[in-house]
Design a protein around this ligand. Structure first.
Ligand code: PMT
Length: 408
């Protein structure tokens, strides 16, 4: 079974609610239709303030009902819910999520949702404060407890002008999520990691000093992207959290989340973590950032300039501290000296299952090369020193070690 044609002929019922992200519904429908899916749309009256039913009807080639009755005829919400292979509510506003959690039914979309017998997916979109409110947290938990699947939200610029969590996933990411959903459902085969979700961090982070300068490192993202691709080839649904790099991957089993700072990476990884079986932290995350970001360009003046730095959150350590049963954590260790000692310390202190040690003292290893030379240490005391290999081969060795640990 191939992710590239898994959506062909699938009946997708898209529920659009009142959120500025409703404009993305148009692109989503176009992408789904291009994949061969049959799309029907139902929208709330509030959604029509953000995008017209005519646009969505034209793109989906199907009427878009909005009310329980239109022009003296009754819209059969039960049959719509029964028709679909999957119902995707995107964007799912805080209001609609709350009503879905309570079973309220004051519009057609909610009536369809309550009568749907198919799997339900939802892609939240709202402001960060609304997303973090305990009421929203508990409503989302309820939907997940009902067996619905939440498409992870993204961090970035929000409609309010603020930055943070709350952006709806991009249409391409939702298509990838749907593909993975159907691949899993149809038993995409007996690949060793089928049905598992893996997060991979990759690339550098950048920490702003002022509007024109930042602190970063030489990571290209090659190692992390190779790992994401090896995990996807082994059947995992991969969430790649990628720092600034011109590199990308087009593997259909991988959803890419672009971030800039260590804090962005921390937020994105934590949003994805509850659904993850495996995390591989290959990113070179800045350990320090300027305590204050100047809002104007710092002018050249004194002979010396001092910038106060503060620690960034240690993403891997926090994942290790909150590791759930069955979650497997893989870290990297990059050093220039005392490599073994430091790697084993990180394995222990960050509660990892496996650590991949690479050293800048080894020719052809580390940043930007197409090759790497690594030693793997696992939590059971196994040590595996590998020769210099391509990053793709190293990635496959890491994935084999992960599979072995899952069966240990
Ligand atoms: O991207 P390439 O050019 O292909 O280069 C690959 C690589 C050299 C970046 C990669 O092989 C590698 O070693 N990545 C980890 C680099 C690093 O930051 O290592 P560290 O020893 O400082 O960190 C230990 C672990 O904690 C790492 O898994 C790191 O992702 C994680 N970490 C570190 C700091 C932080 N604030 N949060 C973290 O999660």
């Amino acid at each position: 079974m191939d992710a590239n044609n898994i959506l062909s002929g699938k009946k997708i019922l898209l529920g659009v609610t009142g959120s500025i992200a409703a404009y993305k519904a148009a692109t989503l429908i176009r992408l789904l239709v291009k994949e061969g899916a049959v799309v029907k749309v139902v929208m709330t009256p509030a959604a029509a303030g953000f995008i017209t039913p005519l646009t969505l009807a034209t793109l989906s080639k199907n009427e878009v009902p909005m009310n329980i009755s239109d022009h003296n005829s009754w819209n059969n919400h039960v049959m719509l819910g029964r028709w679909a292979d999957v119902m995707l509510v995107a964007p799912a506003s805080a209001n609609t999520i709350a009503k879905m959690a309570l079973g309220l039914c004051d519009n057609l979309l909610l009536a369809v949702y309550l009568s749907a017998t198919c799997p339900v997916l939802f892609a939240p979109a709202m402001d960060e404060d609304m997303w973090r409110h305990p009421a929203t947290r508990s409503n989302v938990d309820k939907l997940v407890a009902y067996g619905h699947l939440q498409i992870p939200i993204a961090s970035g610029e929000l409609a309010s002008g603020l930055f943070g969590e709350g952006r709806m996933a991009e249409p391409e990411e939702m298509v990838a999520f749907l593909q993975q959903h159907f691949l899993k459902k149809e038993g995409a085969g007996s690949l060793p990691l089928s049905g598992q979700t893996a997060i991979v961090t990759a690339g550098p982070t950048i920490e702003h000093i002022d509007p024109v300068r930042y602190i970063s490192n030489h990571s290209s993202g090659k190692m992390g992207i190779a790992i994401a691709e090896a995990l996807a080839a082994a059947g995992a649904n991969v969430q790649l959290v990628l720092g600034p790099t011109p590199l990308q991957t087009t593997h259909t089993g991988i959803t890419t989340w672009r971030i800039q700072t260590a804090q962005n990476m921390y937020d994105q990884v934590n949003a994805l973590y509850p659904q993850a079986n495996i995390v591989v932290a290959a990113a070179a995350v800045a350990d320090y950032r300027p305590a204050v970001i100047a809002d104007r360009k710092i002018k050249k003046g004194e002979a010396q300039l001092h910038i106060d730095l503060e620690k960034t959150p240690d993403i891997l350590r926090s994942l290790g501290d909150h590791k759930g049963a069955g979650q497997l954590l893989v870290g990297f260790s990059l050093e220039t000296n005392n490599e073994r000692e430091y790697a084993l310390k990180k394995l222990r202190e960050k509660h990892l299952d496996l650590i991949v040690m690479n050293s800048l003292a080894d020719a052809g290893a580390g940043f930007n090369y197409d090759t790497n030379k690594v030693t793997l240490f696992d939590k059971n005391g196994k040590e595996q020193s590998l020769p210099l290999k391509s990053k793709q081969e190293v990635a496959r060795d890491i994935v084999s070690a992960i599979i072995e640990l899952q069966h240990a």
